[in-house]
Design a protein around this ligand. Structure first.
Ligand code: BTN
Length: 328
C-alpha cells in the first residue's frame, strides 16, 4: 500500500488498519520489520506513514508486489542462500506437491553451488545478480524442449530492456549480451520419458551489480550496472523489478510458443535481436570447424549458416558458434 500511494503521500495508520483488517499494533510491527529489512519509512504523528526508499532485495513480497502474471512466479520461493536454484526447482518438482508446480519460481540472493552449462560452475555472489529458475510442466514432446531456452533468452532480453532501458541482444542460442559481452546465462534441464515430459527447469543468472570481472572473463562478461554507467545513466537497478519484467515477458512468449510448440511465431522477434545475424561466424562442430555467414534461426531454433555450396542448419546441442573476432 505504501508503494502504491502517490509519491510522497502519507497513508494514515487508520487507513492501513482498515484496509488490511488488522490492529494498530500489527501495522506498527510490520512497519518495524520493513525498516529492519532496509525500507526507509517516515512516520509522522497525525499524518501516518510514507515510503522514502526501498532496498534492492529479492524478497517474495518485493517481487510479488510488482508482478502482473497469471502463473509465472506463482508462487515465488525465496532463499537467502541455496546450493542452486535449478537443483531446488528439481527437488520441488519431485517432491510431494510434484504434480503441480507449473510456474513456480525459485530465487536466491546467493548460490553456493551455482551451475553453468557443460558442467561448469556459475559464480553467484550474494546480492550481485538475479539467480532464479522457473519450473515448467508442459504437455509436449520432449524433442521440442530445447527451444524453451531460446524462448527464455528472448524473454530475458525483453524484460531487461523494458525494466532498464538498456538494449540487450542474443548470441545464439541463449546467451543474452550487451555491448558484445555476456550479461545472462541460461541453463535448461529436463526430466522426461521418451515421449513425455515430467518437468523442465529453466534457470537464469543475470549479472546486475558486479563492478568488474576476473581477468579471464573481463572481455566476455558485463553487468547491468556496468552498462548503465557506460551510458552515463545513474538510475538505480532494482533486481525485483527486472525479475518481475522478465517473468511477464516469459509468460507471454511461452503462451505463443505453446500454440505451435515451435518458434514459428517468435522467430522474427528473436532474429531481430540476434547479434550473430548477417555476421561471419565460426561453427565449432566436433566433426570439423567451418566458417560462414549466420542468417538467423528457423522455426526449430536451428541457426542457418550460409557457406560455400549452400545453406546449412546447425543445432545448439551439437555445435557452438563464435564471432570471427571474438566471443560474439
Ligand atoms: C551458462 O553456463 O551460461 C548458464 C548459467 C546458468 C546459471 C543459472 S543461475 C540460476 C540457475 N541455477 C543454477 O545453478 N544455474 C542457473
Amino acid at each position: 500500500m505504501l508503494r502504491q500511494s502517490e509519491t510522497g503521500a502519507f497513508i494514515s495508520g487508520q487507513e492501513l488498519c482498515g484496509q488490511l483488517g488488522v490492529s494498530r499494533t500489527a501495522v506498527w510491527k510490520s512497519i518495524r520489520q520493513l525498516k529492519e529489512a532496509g525500507y526507509q519509512i517516515e512516520a509522522v504523528q497525525n499524518k501516518g506513514y510514507r515510503l522514502l526508499s526501498v532496498p534492492d532485495i529479492l524478497s517474495k513480497s518485493e517481487i510479488e508486489s510488482r508482478l502482473h502474471t497469471q502463473w509465472a512466479g506463482r508462487p515465488i520461493c525465496y532463499f537467502d542462500e541455496i546450493d542452486s536454484t535449478n537443483t531446488e526447482a528439481k527437488r520441488v518438482a519431485e517432491g510431494a506437491a510434484g504434480a503441480q508446480g507449473h510456474g513456480t519460481v525459485i530465487v536466491a540472493e546467493e548460490q553456493n553451488a551455482g551451475r553453468g552449462r557443460r558442467g561448469r560452475d556459475w559464480s553467484s555472489p550474494r546480492g550481485e545478480g538475479i539467480f532464479f529458475s522457473i519450473l515448467l510442466r508442459p504437455d509436449m514432446n520432449p524433442a521440442n524442449a530445447s527451444m524453451l531456452t531460446l524462448v527464455k533468452a528472448l524473454a530475458v532480453a525483453k524484460g531487461i530492456s523494458k525494466s532498464t532501458g538498456l538494449e540487450p541482444a542474443i548470441k545464439w542460442p541463449n546467451d543474452v549480451v550487451i555491448n558484445g559481452r555476456k550479461i545472462v546465462g541460461i541453463l535448461t534441464e529436463m526430466s522426461a520419458q521418451i515421449d513425455y515430459v515430467n518437468h523442465i527447469v529453466v534457470g537464469s543468472g543475470i549479472n546486475v551489480h558486479q563492478k568488474n570481472f576476473p581477468k579471464e572473463l573481463a572481455a566476455k562478461a558485463t553487468s547491468l550496472d556496468m552498462e548503465m554507467s557506460r551510458l552515463g545513466k545513474e538510475d538505480r537497478i532494482y533486481r525485483a523489478a527486472v525479475l518481475a519484467a522478465v517473468l511477464e515477458e516469459f509468460e507471454k512468449y511461452y503462451r505463443t510458443f505453446m500454440q505451435t510448440q515451435d518458434l514459428s511465431m517468435l522467430r522474427e522477434e528473436y532474429n531481430a535481436l540476434l547479434v550473430n545475424c548477417g555476421r561471419e561466424v565460426r561453427v565449432l562442430d566436433p566433426l570439423g570447424e567451418f566458417g560462414g555467414k549466420a542468417l538467423g534461426i528457423n522455426e526449430r531454433g536451428e541457426l542457418l549458416i550460409h557457406r560455400e555450396g549452400g545453406t546449412v542448419k546447425v543445432s545448439s546441442g551439437e555445435v557452438s558458434v563464435r564471432g570471427i573476432y571474438g566471443y560474439v
